[in-house]
Design a protein around this ligand. Structure first.
Ligand code: UDP
Ligand code: MG
Length: 320
C-alpha cells in the first residue's frame, strides 16, 4: 500500500473470451458497484484470452474512458484457468477478486466480501446457495464431481464455490509461488488454505452471450482437477489387480480340484471369453489412467509458461 494513499486497492480480475456482447453492460454495472464500496480504491484487470470478436477493441476503449481499467492481451486463447492466472499475476491490489465477465456473479456481492474481509479473514468465498440458473445436468454433474473429488483428494474443494472470492495480497503471493503449469484454480485456492469465511449468494443466468464450457470441456476440467490433486486413481489399480488375481487363483484351484475328481470338461468358451475381455478392458482402463498422469508429468516437465502476454493497455498509451 502506498503511504500517500492509505485506502486498500481492490483488483477485480476478469478473463474475457469472446464477450463483446457483455462488455458494455459489464462496465456499466461493475464500476458504479465498486465505486459504492466505502473505504477502498479499485482497478479492473481485464485479460483478453485470445478472443476472435471485438472484445479487445472494446476493452481498450473502456480503459481509455477509465484509467482504473487495465487490459492484458494474451497471444492466443489459453483457456480460462490460464487467463485467470494471468489476471491474478498482473493484479497490483491488496485485495484480489476473480470475477466472470458474464455477470453471473452479481457485482453487489463484492461489497459483502469486503465487509467479511474487514472482520479479519484472508479469504472470503462466495458460495452459491442455489444453482437455478444452471441446467439440471450441469447441477448434477457438478455435485457428483465435488463429491468424487473430495472423496479421493486430500485437498477438499468447498462445494458450490467457484472462482468468485476475495483474497488478500498474502494469499495471492502464495498462489503465485505454486510452480505447476496445470492451473486447476479451485484446487490451488483450496491448497493454499488461510483463514477463510463464506458469504452466500444466488448465482444468476448469463446476462448475454453463451457459455464456453461444453460437456466434453467440463469432463476434461474434472479430470484435470482430480489428477492434479489425487493419486488415488493410480493407486487403486494395485488393489483391483490384487483382487482379480486372487479371484482368478481361487478359481484355478477350484477348477483343478474339479478336474481331478470329475475328469476333463470341454465346455466353457463363454466364461473364458468373458474373463479375457473383462480383464483386457480393465487393463486398458488402467493404462489409460497411467496415461492421464504421465501426460500431465510430460506437460509439467516442459516447464512452458502458462500464458504469453502480447501487450498491456493502461489509460491512453500501451505499455509493453
Ligand atoms: N473464459 C476465458 N477463456 C476461455 C473460456 C472462458 O477467459 O477459454 C472466460 C469467459 O469470458 C468468462 C469466464 O471465463 O468471463 C467464464 O466462462 P463461462 O461463463 O463461459 O463459463 P460458465 O459460467 O458457463 O462456467
Ligand atoms: Mg458463466
Amino acid at each position: 500500500m502506498h503511504s500517500m494513499d492509505p485506502l486498500p486497492l481492490l483488483s477485480l480480475v476478469v478473463p474475457f473470451y469472446n464477450e463483446e456482447e457483455m462488455i458494455g453492460q459489464f462496465f456499466d454495472r461493475v464500476i458504479p458497484t465498486l465505486e459504492a464500496i466505502p473505504g477502498i480504491r479499485f482497478e479492473i484487470v481485464c485479460v483478453n484470452d485470445g478472443s476472435r470478436d471485438r472484445t479487445l477493441q472494446q476493452l481498450i476503449f473502456a480503459s481509455r474512458q477509465d484509467g482504473r481499467v487495465r487490459v492484458i492481451d494474451l497471444t492466443r486463447n489459453f483457456g480460462k484457468e490460464a487467463a485467470l492466472t494471468a489476471a491474478i499475476n498482473e493484479a497490483r491490489g491488496d485485495l484480489i477478486v476473480p470475477f466472470d465477465a458474464d455477470l453471473q456473479d452479481p457485482p453487489h456481492v463484492i461489497g459483502k466480501l469486503v465487509d467479511k474481509w474487514r472482520e479479519g479473514y484472508d479469504v472470503v468465498l462466495a458460495k452459491r446457495v442455489d444453482r437455478e440458473a444452471d441446467s439440471l445436468l450441469k447441477k448434477w454433474t457438478a455435485v457428483s464431481f465435488y463429491h468424487f473429488h473430495n472423496d479421493v483428494s486430500d485437498v477438499k474443494i468447498p462445494e458450490n464455490v467457484g472462482d468468485f472470492r476475495l483474497f488478500t495480497r498474502e494469499v495471492c503471493d502464495a498462489l503465485k509461488a505454486l510452480p505447476e503449469s496445470c492451473r486447476f484454480m479451485k484446487g490451488l485456492f483450496a491448497w493454499v488454505g488461510y483463514r477463510t469465511a463464506v458469504v452466500e449468494y444466488v448465482r444468476e443466468a448469463r446476462a448475454a452471450g453463451k457459455t464456453h464450457f461444453s460437456g466434453w470441456k467440463l469432463w476434461n476440467f474434472a479430470l484435470e482437477g482430480i489428477t492434479s490433486f489425487s493419486t488415488l486413481p493410480l493407486r487403486i489399480w494395485t488393489y483391483l489387480g490384487l483382487s482379480v488375481a486372487l479371484l482368478a487363483l481361487s478359481r484355478a484351484i477350484y477348477l483343478a480340484g474339479r478336474t481331478l475328481i470329475y475328469g476333463v470338461d470341454v465346455p466353457g468358451y463363454a466364461s473364458l471369453a468373458t474373463a479375457i475381455l473383462l480383464l483386457g478392458g480393465i487393463q486398458l482402463i488402467g493404462i489409460g489412467v497411467l496415461g492421464e498422469y504421465i501426460g500431465r508429468i510430460y506437460l509439467e516437465s516442459k516447464g512452458r509458461p502458462i500464458y504469453l502476454v502480447r501487450q498491456r493497455f493502461e489509460g491512453a498509451a500501451p505499455h509493453v
